[in-house]
Structure formats: structure tokens, C-alpha cells
Design a binder for this molecule. Structure first.
Ligand SMILES: [Mn+2]
Length: 388
């Protein structure tokens, strides 16, 4: 596999420009709500990332961690991902490397409730197979040792720095909530040359970008701006950019229900080099994700019979879902996923209504992919402005 992007008609003819796609938090293998089609949505989003790479004739694609959602994945899904990557490299003559780092989800230690001895990840397998380039430090077992960037060796498949034309791509794995010292280590280890464009791949969030989610202090991270031209982040699932050099694209599919409320996508970046230095153009591209519906139903009185409750539920939903009666295939992203909140007066206990039953009833009555049910009884409907 050739890592040096050669001009084969696919890349831009200008050697003074570099193009790349920056994506993050793909969460491959996510089997959300135990729905197989939903699991495929995450692979479909990844497919779109790869397609954008081809369409824009990029020099490389960078993935800033959480490429896989956990170490548990069904063989069928893994095979699907491997085949997708093989097809991508074949179609592009191996000239668009996919460069990744491990996020906290890639490095999960738990497998089916059991804690594994050491951290392991599917990205190490992808790296071994030559389907992705995993930027990681060589394992020397001594974490106190100074961080050193070593150029990726295509034979040993080891290294944490990849050079592509005038771009240097540095990357390290996620290892817990980063202390300030990590930024200092990065600062001391990264070499900055005037005529080279430094990209740093990291999996952490910046404090203040998401409510109630801890992150690194911007003042600390800002120190890197002398050494780094483009800080490619992942971790927070919503999109943000800071100071014209820090970029976080957000998750490619909604890995949890709140992700649906965030602005998310991928970045298409073009870097131009001229006598005055570098200039860049960063475009945020939205991906096509599964249609999501939010609905709140308020129970106006106490239901005493299950059948009456179900009748009411269906009549309320049919007003809302009447347009979704046409038969769409589950693979079609327009077939929606429904988030249903039931509020108002709780039916009597003897009704024994379960979420499982409601889900079955709704999925059997309307053209939807799946339904998630939340009971929030006995709250005044007025106070509920929006879901979540
Ligand atoms: Mn994530």
C-alpha cells in the first residue's frame, strides 16, 4: 500500500494544496436499541465519509477516535466494514489513506460485562490488515517515558506521525481524561517547520462547549497553537470550531438520543501553500442520517383498561404518523425512528402496560423503523417544552 499520495488523476494537480476529510465518532458496531437496521445506519454514515473522500479527491481521511463503539461487534458487521474498506481502497488505487486514532470507545476494556486484561481495539486489526493507519506510540510499557513522534513505518505498521507531502499528521490514543501535562508533552514533542502544515489528531473535548460535560481548559490547549495548524478533535458529539484552528466535527450518526439535537457532520478541508505561508478553507458537510421523530402524548385521564389505553395511543399517533403509512424499506433512512414520551395521568396498575408491548403495537401499526418509549407520568404537560 502506498501512503504517499501520487498524482494519478484522482488528486488535485496542484502540489501546493492538500485536501482532506476530518470525521469523528463514527461508533461502528453500535447496535442501538438492539435494532439490526439501526446498526447498519452507523456503517452507512461511514460509507458517506468514504464517498466524500472520493468525490472531493482528497489526499487523506482522518478519523479522530471512537471509530468503533466497543470491542463487542458481530462478525457479520465487522466483515461488512472490512469489505467496505477493501472496496474503497481498490476503487481509489490505495492512494487515500484513512488515518485514525483510538478514542475512549475504541479502547473499552469491558466485553460482555467482563473486564479484559489490557486495552485492545479493532483499530489495531484494521491497521494490521492495512485498511487503516492507526497512529499510536510504540508500546514500551513505560508510560513515564517522554512522548516521541516516530514516523509511521508501512512495513512494521508502527508510528504516530504520518507525512503526506507538506502535511505532518500527528496522533495519540486516548488515555483517560487528559491532564495538562499531556498538552505540555505534545507541545515539547511536536516539531514545527515554517513550510510544513501540522495536523494533530486528538480525542478530547474543550470545556464549556457542552453543558455539564468536562473537558480540557481552552487556555491550556491554546498553548499548542504555536505548533499545530489544525487540531483535529473528536469526543464531543456536537460540532464546534474555535479560533480558526480547533475543529470538532461531531458524530456521524446519532450514537445516543441527544445527538439528534446537535449540529453534526464532517469537515472538508483544503490547505493552500504560497509564499506568504498557509491558508485554508474548511467546509462543514452534513451527512444524511436516519429520520428521527419526537412525539409527546399526554394522557388526559386515568385509563383503567389496557385496550382503551392502546386505542387512545393509536388514535393520537395516527394523526401524527398518517403520512408514514407508505411502505418504506428499513434500509431507507426516511423510515423514521420514533422517540415517544408518554406524560399525564398514569394508568391504573392493573393495566400492566409495558414499554415492550407499546413498542410492538406501534411498530405493527405504523411504517416506522423502531420506537423508544419513555414514561414520564404525573407531570404537568405545560412544563414540557421539548424533549430532553
Ligand atoms: Mn464518541
Amino acid at each position: 500500500m502506498k501512503f504517499q499520495a501520487k498524482d494519478q488523476g484522482l488528486h488535485s494537480k496542484q502540489h501546493n494544496s492538500i485536501k482532506f476529510i476530518h470525521a469523528s465518532d463514527i461508533h461502528l458496531g453500535c447496535a442501538q436499541y438492539q435494532n439490526e437496521y439501526r446498526a447498519d445506519d452507523f456503517i452507512t454514515a461511514f460509507k458517506q465519509v468514504l464517498y466524500l473522500g472520493i468525490k472531493n479527491s482528497v489526499d487523506f481521511i482522518i478519523l479522530a477516535g471512537d471509530v468503533f463503539t466497543s470491542i463487542d461487534i458481530l462478525p457479520e458487521k465487522l466483515l461488512q466494514i472490512i469489505k467496505l474498506l477493501e472496496k474503497f481502497h481498490k476503487r481509489t488505487n490505495n492512494i487515500i489513506p484513512i488515518i485514525a486514532i483510538e478514542g475512549n470507545h475504541d479502547l473499552r476494556r469491558y466485553s460482555r460485562g467482563l473486564k479484559t486484561e489490557r486495552t485492545q481495539s479493532w483499530l489495531k486489526l484494521m491497521n494490521h490488515l492495512g485498511l487503516m493507519i492507526l497512529l499510536q506510540a510504540c508500546e514500551n510499557g513505560d508510560k513515564r517515558q517522554k512522548l516521541e513522534f516516530q514516523e509511521y513505518n508501512s512495513k512494521s505498521k508502527i508510528g504516530n506521525l504520518l507525512k503526506i507531502r507538506f502535511a505532518n499528521i500527528f496522533g495519540t490514543s486516548y488515555r483517560g481524561e487528559r491532564p495538562k501535562s499531556h498538552i505540555l508533552n505534545l507541545y515539547n514533542s511536536i516539531e514545527k517547520k515554517e513550510d510544513e502544515f501540522n495536523i494533530l489528531l486528538q480525542h478530547f473535548g474543550i470545556a464549556g462547549q457542552m453543558d455539564n460535560v468536562p473537558g480540557l481548559n481552552l487556555c491550556v490547549v491554546n498553548k499548542l497553537s504555536n505548533k499545530v495548524d489544525y487540531l483535529a478533535l473528536g469526543h464531543f458529539h456536537l460540532q464546534y470550531t474555535i479560533g480558526g484552528w480547533i475543529y470538532n466535527p461531531g458524530s456521524t450518526e446519532a450514537a445516543c438520543s441527544v445527538d439528534n439535537l446537535f449540529n453534526r457532520g464532517v469537515f472538508f478541508v483544503e490547505v493552500f501553500k504560497d509564499a506568504n505561508g498557509f491558508s485554508k478553507r474548511v467546509k462543514s458537510i452534513k451527512l444524511i442520517n436516519r429520520e428521527i421523530l419526537w412525539k409527546t402524548i399526554c394522557l388526559p385521564f386515568q385509563f383503567k383498561e389496557k385496550n382503551k389505553f392502546f386505542e387512545y395511543l393509536l388514535s393520537q399517533l395516527s394523526l401524527y404518523l398518517k403520512d408514514f403509512r407508505n411502505e418504506l424499506k428499513p434500509t431507507n433512512y426516511q423510515l423514521p425512528l420514533l422517540y415517544l414520551k408518554i406524560i399525564g395521568i398514569k394508568p391504573v396498575k392493573t393495566c400492566k402496560i409495558t414499554k415492550k408491548e407499546i413498542r410492538k403495537l406501534i411498530c405493527g401499526s405504523f411504517s416506522i423503523l423502531d420506537a423508544r418509549i419513555y414514561f414520564e407520568y404525573n407531570r404537568p404537560s405545560k412544563s414540557i417544552v421539548q424533549y430532553l
